[in-house]
Design a protein around this ligand. Structure first.
Ligand code: ARG
Ligand code: ZN
Length: 870
């Protein structure tokens, strides 16, 4: 059932041009295709096999060069149509019937809120018509859409509009995309939509029309996305020299969408929650997410569309690189420090556990059963870290030269991760063979660094040792190339320059390349043992262990010139304290020292407000499973709560004073200064409520009622629901609903917040929400907001010792698998990590997986369940 990278073969034929004709009828849709097919010059072996993919299609007719084929002249299976043909060129035509209104998988052509839309990546196009549905077949598409004019006056596809006519109550639109593309980038939309428009002029003077299409009633929610799009276009010109290439760029917002968004050429389709925003309805976090995703999809126009992937094993070629590009974009638009530490937290909370679990895979996987299951944090976020390491190793200038060479060389082609590294090797003259293990080997390396100081020779010797535990996908690990950005801080707090003759130490960038299983670095001219600040800006995705003392960490929290590492040292202290509490009691001396540093940081005007808020945020429970295998997760949760309470109580006066002195902006703007103030203020409010509910519940209620923006309203709402007394919680739940019942985006938050309260009734409340008239099983956002949020964010209730949380999740997964396999396979994720938990919990999680395994499962869910039991 699995397919392997090593079996990759180019197809015998390729489809050069594709003409599609869609007739959108009330009961079904008729798709007529005409394909201009040629022999594929890239195919080395002689073959006459023309193989097309198809899934859930009703085949009505097949023709070759105009002649209808009889059933004996082609082979059809449940997933393919093939014929042997001894021609160098031919025209293949076929007609299929499909049923978009019954399509609950949200792959291919489906209906969302009365509008037709598509999702073809990775293998959805084969649910529309028979086609070479593989990314190494690039074709020029012309698309004709015929639909009912009343219901679907807006009919869109990729590229440029050639003609649009209205006759006999029908709209007929014809689109042409001049850029050859794989079928996964095809898109079609038809609906009664409103368009918000803007313009952008590119570097070289091309006038581009920008359009965002939304359902009636959402037209006031497009400003932020349009502004983000223009900023993305400017940024890609300035930072990567990449310009937009069509006269039209369209975004469509749909409510039913499996993922965040999709980069279809010239016609991006977005989950409405990732594009629509106003200050009243969206939080600062949502504004930031929208800016990042709009950027991400736009940047795909080069990293993904102009240069695409040869096969799906290369997925990270476009996704890792594009995440890296969008992260840089967001860093340039907002707070670089905050973006980095958020991304590192995310990686540690999600990617490290993936690498330690049953679905572990390399950034370029060697095999898969269902490609939808490989749109993972490893492909995306670790893939981005790998690109970031390349830039660290090459330096920013060579990296840009490498990216230019990559785009120029592979423009219009389907490429591989090796091609990307090749470009970096060409411009730098470096041999990156060993580096490529980051693409081929799964696993999170453990890196330890120890110091040895020799007073006589005035040298400091660092010894690094790396080891990567075996992962579920097997195989021993060879050493990685680990770029360790580092610095020295003397005991008096001063930064020291590093002098070393080591060839693997790049002095200009202060980066040490650790390539061996064990390796030393000798640093000269050291008068006394300094603290070492390692892995600055998290220069490699590894689990680091060093030999710093608590005092040295406190010293770094106050003095490290690298802002990221000050936060990191603070996180390490938090983790240490929480683990102490799990076993016995906090170390009083360490608490005192921590309190002192926190107070100093909070008073330091040089530290951004948003960073102050992050410094007060404790590491998530899931990070502790990496530090102490099989630790009791609820004892971690309790210890973490105890530490939060301690901070809230000890710093109460400071928090009160700061909370009162921070500004309240009456005119909302999404800009770093305001965002930072709101973030800190709301973080302080949470601590104040923890320390003194009686006094602060009223203040939170007032904020909830009076807030002029969703950031402040939602924070207050969340805190009252989580910490407030039951009467107050129930009150805000009903007030919030009556205020926002008509707003789809805000409603998602209303669901999400309610499942975050943990008490003896949590599970029954969650179940009641599933029966709420506004809940819909067909809508992935709602499933994520209720079932997903319960399993991912309510640690206490989901992991309750009776195992009822696990049972609930498994039941829901089985039910959802009948409608939407992709979502089911994602939702089951928390159960698959059963081996990381304590024995009793692990067994209860596994029992639910065993039960699932006895049912008839989709290919998606089967792969995840069987791998996590295997
Ligand atoms: N390429 C899209 C993005 O990252 C995601 C598509 C996901 N599709 C899927 N079947 N999982 O922007
Ligand atoms: Zn992407």
């Amino acid at each position: 059932k699995a397919i392997f990278l090593k079996d990759y073969l180019p197809p015998a034929f390729t489809t050069k041009e594709t003409f599609l004709d869609f007739e959108l009828l009330p009961e079904h849709t008729i798709v007529r295709s005409r394909l201009l097919v040629e022999r594929n010059p890239k195919c080395g072996v002689p073959s006459n096999l023309f193989l097309l993919d198809g899934n859930e299609l009703e085949l009505l007719e097949v023709r070759v060069d105009g002649q209808p084929l009889g059933e004996s002249e082609y082979q059809q299976t449940a997933t393919s149509l093939s014929l042997e043909i001894d021609k160098d060129q031919f025209v293949f035509e076929c007609t299929t019937r499909i049923y978009p209104d019954r399509n609950t998988a949200l792959e291919g052509l489906y209906i969302s809120g009365g509008m037709y839309c598509t999702q073809c990546e990775a293998e959805g196009f084969r649910r529309i018509t028979f086609f070479q549905d593989r990314p190494d077949v690039l074709s020029v598409f012309t698309t004709k859409i015929t639909a009912d004019l009343d219901k679907y006056p807006t009919a869109l596809s990729n590229g440029n509009l050639v003609t649009r006519t209205e006759e006999n109550g029908k709209v007929i639109a014809e689109w042409h995309d001049p850029f050859p593309k794989p079928s996964y980038l095809f898109a079609l939309v038809a609906g009664d939509l409103i368009c918000q428009e803007d313009r952008f002029t590119t570097q070289s003077g091309r006038n581009v029309t920008l359009q965002i299409f939304v359902e009636q009633g959402n037209e006031h929610k497009c400003d932020h996305a349009l502004a983000s799009l223009k900023r993305s276009m400017t940024w890609d010109e300035e930072v990567y020299g990449r310009e937009y290439d069509l006269d039209l760029f369209m975004i469509v917002a749909v409510d039913h969408f499996n993922m965040g968004a999709m980069e279809n050429k010239g016609l991006n389709i977005f989950n409405s929650s990732c594009v629509l925003a106003t200050p009243e309805t969206a939080t600062d976090d949502a504004f930031a997410r929208i800016e990042g995703i709009v950027g991400h999809e736009y940047f795909h126009n080069w990293s993904g569309n102009r240069v695409t992937c040869r096969d799906w094993f290369q997925l990270s070629l476009k996704e890792g690189f594009t995440v890296f590009r969008d992260a840089e974009f967001s860093s340039d638009m907002g707070s670089r420090a905050v973006k980095r530490l958020e991304d590192v937290s995310f990686l540690r909370q999600h990617q490290f556990p993936e690498d330690a679990g049953p679905m572990a895979h390399a950034v370029r996987p060697a095999s898969y059963m269902e490609i939808s299951n490989f749109y993972t944090v490893t492909i995306y976020e670790k893939g981005s870290e790998v690109v970031g390491m390349l830039r660290t190793i090459l330096g920013a200038d060579l990296f840009r030269k490498g990216s230019d060479l990559y785009f120029d060389t592979f423009d219009g082609q389907a490429a591989t991760t090796d091609d990307f590294v090749w470009a970096m090797e060409q411009v730098s003259g470096k041999d990156l063979t060993q580096f490529k293990r980051w693409y081929s080997q799964a696993g999170t390396p453990r890196l330890s660094v120890r110091r040895a100081f020799d007073a006589a020779s005035q040298t400091l010797t660092l010894t690094a040792a790396q080891h990567t535990p075996e992962t579920a996908d097997g195989s021993k690990k060879e050493p990685f190339v680990i770029p360790v950005a580092l610095g020295l801080v003397a005991q008096n707090g001063n930064a020291l320059a590093i002098e070393s003759e080591d060839k693997r130490f790049n002095a200009a960038q202060a980066v040490w390349l650790v390539e061996e299983a064990e390796q030393t670095l000798v640093i000269n001219g050291i008068a006394e043992l300094p603290a070492v600040s390692l892995l600055r800006d998290f220069s490699a995705p590894v689990l680091l262990e060093d030999d710093l003392t608590d005092q040295e960490r406190i010293l770094l929290i106050g003095n490290d010139p690298n802002g990221y590492n000050r936060w990191e040292q603070c996180q390490i202290i938090y983790k240490k304290l929480i683990l102490q509490k799990v076993d016995a009691e906090f170390d009083e001396a360490l608490l005192k020292a921590l309190k002192q540093s926190l107070r100093q940081l909070l008073q330091d005007d040089a530290v951004e407000n948003a960073v102050k808020a992050e410094l007060l945020s404790l590491p998530a429970e899931s990070e502790f499973l990496q530090l102490v295998p099989n630790i009791d997760i609820l004892s971690v949760e309790a210890a973490r709560e105890a530490l939060r309470l301690w901070i809230a109580t000890e710093l109460f006066a400071d928090f009160e004073q700061m909370f009162g002195s921070l500004e309240s902006y009456s005119d909302y703007a999404f800009e770093p200064e305001q965002v930072g103030v709101r973030k800190l203020k709301n973080t302080l409010l949470e601590y104040l409520l923890l320390a003194n509910l009686e006094q602060y519940q009223g203040i939170a209620l007032a904020q909830f009622e009076q807030a002029s923006n969703m950031t402040d309203q939602l924070s207050a709402f969340k805190y009252i629901v989580q910490y407030g007394d039951e009467a107050a919680a129930n009150k805000v739940i009903s007030v919030f609903l009556s205020q926002w019942a008509d707003d789809v985006q805000v409603l998602e938050q209303w669901f999400r917040v309610q499942v975050s309260r943990s008490d003896e009734n949590t599970l029954s409340r969650v179940k009641t929400l599933l029966d709420h008239e506004l809940f819909e099983y067909q809508n992935p956002n709602k499933i994520r907001a209720v079932i997903g949020a319960f399993a991912m964010t309510n640690v206490k209730s989901f992991h309750a010792a009776d195992g009822k949380g696990y049972e609930f999740l498994a039941e829901q997964v089985a039910k959802i698998d009948q409608m939407n396999p992709q979502i089911a396979a994602r939702l089951v994720g928390p159960l698959t990590k059963w081996k990381s938990y304590d024995l009793s919990r692990g067994q209860k999680m596994k029992a639910q997986l065993d039960l699932l395994a006895t049912k008839v499962l989709s290919k998606d869910l089967y792969e995840v369940v069987s791998k996590s039991l295997g």
